[in-house]
Design a protein around this ligand. Structure first.
Ligand code: C5P
Length: 227
């Protein structure tokens, strides 16, 4: 039987955020931001293990209580997100047919329902896929001067989210083949290997905390779920 493993790369420095500690450790409703992410993944009944990849030089992880029973920690983060995922896959020792759900540490407002929707949609899929959102707004292309050079038809455009779910063997092979600079998410590695990941509709609450202004929204969403 294949296992389901959530793999959370959390070895980024969060430089766009500009805080002294990486954003995954910022306090959010009494817990580090990433605790909320790991907690949601742990609550998905079909997920067997939640593996977090942190940097070998991480000075923060051990300062907090995680108390999540499915959690395993791997200090093998690399220079890029793709390297962290590659190293994590190796450290995990996953079987070739095990499903891996790679999820950004900073998407802390993920819901159990969205993960279950992704898993249900992909259970018989030969390739795998990802949560994503159809682009809701009109899309503009900018020229070099901050002016609009074109309106881009949004039909068929989606914003990629995570989790991105693939068989461990297929994903490891695709990541090893692709050039790190071409791989912005796991799906792009699979695409470069000539396959077409399935798009499964996610939701807007599953956004990536990127800038300080995003924290208020994340706090409000998490607080509303507790009520
Ligand atoms: O920087 P960004 O928010 O795009 O990173 C997405 C995810 O990849 C984050 O969870 C971050 O911690 C992780 N990452 C990583 N190793 C890196 C860079 C980013 O695990 N070298």
């Amino acid at each position: 039987m294949s296992r389901f493993i959530a793999l959370v790369p959390a070895a980024g420095s969060g430089s766009r955020f500009g805080a002294p500690s990486p954003k995954q450790y910022l306090q959010l409703n009494g817990r580090p931001l990433m605790w909320h992410t790991l907690s949601v993944l742990s609550q998905v009944a079909a997920i067997d293990e939640v593996a977090v990849v942190i940097s070998p030089g991480d000075e923060w992880f051990d300062d907090y209580q995680w108390d999540l029973p499915k959690l395993s920690v791997h200090r093998v983060g690399g220079a890029s997100r793709a390297d962290s995922v590659r190293n994590g896959l190796r450290a995990l020792g996953a079987g070739l047919d095990d499903w891996v759900l790679v999820h950004d540490a900073a998407r802390c407002c993920l819901s159990v329902a969205a993960v279950e929707r992704l898993m249900a949609a992909l259970s018989d899929d030969a390739v795998g896929g990802l949560l994503a959102l159809p682009v809701p707004d009109t899309v503009k292309r900018a020229d070099g001067d901050g002016r609009v050079s074109a309106t881009v038809p949004r039909q068929g455009l989606w914003l990629a989210q995570t989790p991105q779910m693939f068989r461990a063997g297929l994903l490891a092979e695709a990541l090893d083949k692709g050039r790190t600079e071409d791989i912005t998410d796991e799906a792009s590695a699979i695409e470069l290997a000539g396959m077409k990941p399935r798009l499964v509709e996610g939701d807007a609450q599953n956004f990536k905390v990127t800038y300080p202004r995003d924290l208020a929204l994340a706090r409000a969403i998490l607080a509303s779920r507790k009520e």
